[in-house]
Design a protein around this ligand. Structure first.
Ligand SMILES: *Cc1c(COP(=O)(O)O)cnc(C)c1O
Length: 435
């Protein structure tokens, strides 16, 4: 191919490093051949991958556009400005920092911008759907700050807003954080805003999981309520691995300084260019349709799984993710995860609220529908997928019969995904297009 673009070049990788080339092909096959239901994963577009595999990976650009510590930034400045402008338009944000290397880096910077060591910080408990960076003892957030975890209600499994208010009044945290990794319902930002205002706290929404659904207007935006919103760009937003921070103008300086120079060095300009591509894609009607379909898929899948005897935590979902309590099936989440993986169905074990089982073998699983929505699946296909999951969960791995059942399911999974392949063979991007 005679193109001015020095981009993804499969032949040269295959020649230079056949070992890595083989691994890449193996992973591509794994992605194509399985049902990808890990709630934090997705399939990026060829355009995003092209930007990631570009020469922007070479550039040192510490600082911000127009204020860099290195020369030669005229093109990467344009990429970063475009990424930030597109994100501002997409989300209606006053200020966006697109340099965060990941969701966790965005969160580290946000703590740094608003809190001092040992300050109390309130967030949803990890065991009730929060994230490691929301005050876990094994993470900087729990070590350097004083976590005040709030939980969900036992009866509804929804955030206990009364407890949030009581804890806020008692501890007067600097930051109130909401959002999580395994909370399937909409968050009432209005109540959080009221509580934050009452004690003069910063309201921070960690939208890492669901920012793509916000971009596609499939769920309400936290922007009108939050002082600051952090997100990943690679989950439902379907861009490159990375993070971002959106905030009001009054906090722009504090956020920018907390990212660079406080917690990061040179930004990953190839990733920022890829974020710009993803933001452009996310502004399209096609993306909005994907976001809505992702949500309907999750509702339909949760329902299908309930019909097989599992219990949907909170009774269902409003987003892309559902947590299922497997107690009625007598199988723990870890066994379910392993059995499903053996049948090429990728999902994760997950604790349920007030779980009585240990974290390594929790009572539940978590499924997400963003990736399968990207490859084209719709709610009408969730019954079949639900039945495949349920069969795998109850198939005893290790026994001859169980292994045969799992092999059968794997074959059917192969059929299901072959109808709507991710990274279809023959697409221009595909390294094995010519094979
Ligand atoms: C995924 C996630 C993060 C961390 O993102 P990484 O890119 O994995 O560091 C932070 N917060 C929440 C709520 C998440 O779901």
């Amino acid at each position: 191919m005679n193109t001015p673009f020095w981009g993804p070049d499969w032949e040269s990788l295959e020649q230079a490093d056949p070992a890595i080339a083989d691994i890449l092909l193996g992973e591509l096959g794994r992605l194509r051949d399985g049902l990808q239901l890990i709630a934090s994963e997705n399939f990026t577009s060829p355009a995003v991958l092209a930007a990631l595999g570009s020469t922007l990976a070479n550039k040192y650009a510490e600082g911000y556009p127009g204020r860099r510590f290195y020369p030669g930034c005229e093109f990467v400045d344009q990429a970063e400005n475009l990424a930030a402008e597109r994100a501002k338009d997409l989300f209606g944000a006053e200020h966006v920092n697109v340099q965060s290397h990941s969701g966790s880096s965005a969160n580290l910077a946000t703590y740094a911008a608003f809190a001092q060591p040992d300050d109390p910080v309130m967030a949803l408990s990890l065991s009730h759907g929060g994230h490691l960076t929301h005050g876990s003892r094994v993470n900087f957030s729990g070590r350097w700050f004083t976590p005040i975890p709030y939980r969900v209600r036992r009866d509804t499994e929804l955030i206990d807003y009364d407890e949030v208010r009581d804890l806020a009044r008692l501890h007067r945290p600097r930051i109130i954080l909401c959002g999580g990794t395994a909370y399937s319902r909409l968050i009432d930002y209005r109540i959080f805003r009221e509580i934050a205002d009452e004690i003069d706290a910063i309201l921070w929404v960690d939208a890492a999981h669901f920012m793509g659904l916000v971009a596609g207007q499939a769920i309400p935006s936290p922007l009108p309520y939050a002082d600051v919103v952090t997100a990943t760009t690679h989950k439902t937003l379907r861009g490159p691995r990375g993070g971002m921070i959106l905030c009001r103008d009054e906090h722009a300086k504090a956020i920018d300084r907390a990212v660079f120079p406080f917690s990061q060095g040179g930004p990953m300009m190839h990733s920022i260019a890829a974020k710009a591509v993803a933001f452009k894609e996310a502004a399209s009607e096609e993306f909005a349709e994907y976001a809505r379909r992702t949500v309907s898929n999750a509702g339909a899948l949760a329902k299908a799984l309930e019909e097989t005897g599992m219990r949907a935590v909170t009774g269902g979902t409003d987003t892309h993710v559902a947590v299922l309590d497997l107690t009625p099936t007598g199988v723990n989440g870890a066994d379910a995860e392993r059995r499903c993986a053996a049948a090429r169905i990728l999902l994760t074990k997950n604790a349920i609220p007030f779980d009585t089982m240990p974290p390594r073998t929790p009572s539940g699983i978590r499924v997400g529908t963003a990736a399968i929505a990207t490859q084209g699946f719709g709610p009408g296909e969730m019954d079949r997928i639900g039945r495949l999951i349920a069969r795998a969960v109850t198939a005893e791995r290790g026994t001859k019969r169980g292994n045969a059942v799992l092999a059968d399911i794997a074959d059917e999974v192969g059929e299901v995904v072959a109808a709507k392949p991710a990274y279809a063979r023959g697409e221009a991007w595909s390294p094995d297009a010519s094979r």
